[in-house]
Design a protein around this ligand. Structure first.
Ligand SMILES: [Zn+2]
Length: 238
């Protein structure tokens, strides 16, 4: 798959947040993004060379981006994309990393997600997962491994679109700790040490407080290797 480089024409900053957090938080306006969205390796700032329309978020989206910045997340706002057949990503972001209590949290395999989902995910990563890792396993969280987010498909075995078809769900498969341990749903839900199994159940339960729908290995065989989290639904936690 050929990746198209996004051209950043203007760097959006929240100076007060940057000062408060002691780090540089940017929201990059993006244009020229083709169907396949990819994060450039490094920012491209070439003011005046591109006659691009300025990125103007809606008030709700703008507030959501500010909230995400306040969580010290590193991310890029994405232009709305409509793929047809009920598949689209709107008010979405590309998450680069999140923040735990003491360290940055890397993310793998994560595509576009809606901004509200990103916010809940950021809160869960820090307060649900990082703190559980330190409390139960004695080591901080440094990475969350996923099996993706946006995917234009139906719920397995049905004729209706999955929350993944709008970037409204994330499949979480594993967690890497500062001491190098890697705890996965596939490898440790049933076969882990008592502490590893307890950790996975605690992080699933904490996800249930922040997401409307959480599905794990006990739900059905399709979820034997990941937690599916999405905002819609009401305490549907299995
Ligand atoms: Zn899923």
């Amino acid at each position: 798959m050929q990746h198209h480089r996004a051209i950043r024409t203007k760097v959006w900053q929240y100076p007060s947040l940057a000062r408060r957090r002691g780090r540089f938080i940017t929201l990059a306006a993006m244009v020229g993004l083709a169907g396949c969205s990819a994060i450039p390796d490094a920012p491209h700032r070439q003011p005046g060379r591109h006659s691009a329309t300025a990125f103007t978020p809606s008030p709700a989206y703008g507030q959501c981006l500010a909230d995400l910045g306040a969580r010290a997340a590193s991310f890029t706002p994405l232009p709305d994309q409509y793929y047809g057949g009920g598949c689209a990503t709107t008010n979405a972001v590309r998450l680069v990393s999140l923040s735990g209590d003491q360290s940055s949290l890397a993310l793998t395999n994560l595509g576009p997600v809606t901004c509200p989902l990103a916010n809940s995910f950021a809160g869960w990563a820090r307060f649900g997962v990082d703190r559980a890792a330190r409390a139960v396993l004695g080591s901080a969280l440094v990475k969350i491994e996923t099996m993706g987010s946006y995917n234009c498909r139906n719920v397995a075995g049905t004729d209706h679109r999955s929350a993944h078809a709008t970037g409204s769900a994330i499949d979480v498969s594993g967690f890497v700790l500062a001491d190098g341990r890697r705890i996965t749903v596939l490898g440790h839900w049933s076969a882990g040490t008592p502490e590893e199994r307890q950790f996975l159940r605690i992080v699933q339960q904490s996800a249930c407080k922040r997401f409307g729908t959480v599905l794990g290995p006990e739900y059905n065989p399709a979820h034997h290797n990941h937690f599916h989290v999405e905002l819609s639904g009401t305490a549907f936690c299995h």
